[in-house]
Design a protein around this ligand. Structure first.
Ligand SMILES: [Zn+2]
Length: 108
């Protein structure tokens, strides 16, 4: 049984606890046929090549359309924030982002 005089200070402490800031509103990604058209536009724009490999002077077939700055980090769903990546680059980038997200580190 909990005594009222011990419950009251705990209740006050709990209500005085600062709440974590609310996550920023995430942009909704395009889905369905609009998403398919968007990804196809990015594939054509990027000539079907992985853009991260291209920066390193490597030619690799791009497979996945990726958000350069993830939506959860405040990135836009506009095509200027998208690029084509090979599966290896996409997996490496996603793993690094997941680690940053877990630690609360922001991506810039
Ligand atoms: Zn690549």
């Amino acid at each position: 049984m909990v005594r009222l005089n011990t419950l009251k200070p705990r209740l006050q402490a709990a209500t005085n606890t600062r709440l974590a800031p609310a996550p920023t509103a995430m942009v909704e990604r395009k889905r369905g046929s609009a998403g398919v058209r968007d990804r196809e536009r990015i594939r054509l724009r990027d000539c079907g090549l992985c853009q991260a490999c291209a920066v390193k002077g490597i030619t690799a077939v791009g497979i996945d359309v990726d958000h350069k700055i993830p939506l959860w980090a405040g990135g836009s769903d506009h095509e200027s924030n998208k690029w084509l990546l090979c599966t290896t680059c996409h997996n490496e980038k996603s793993a690094a982002e997941a680690k940053r997200r877990a630690t609360g580190e922001l991506i810039k």
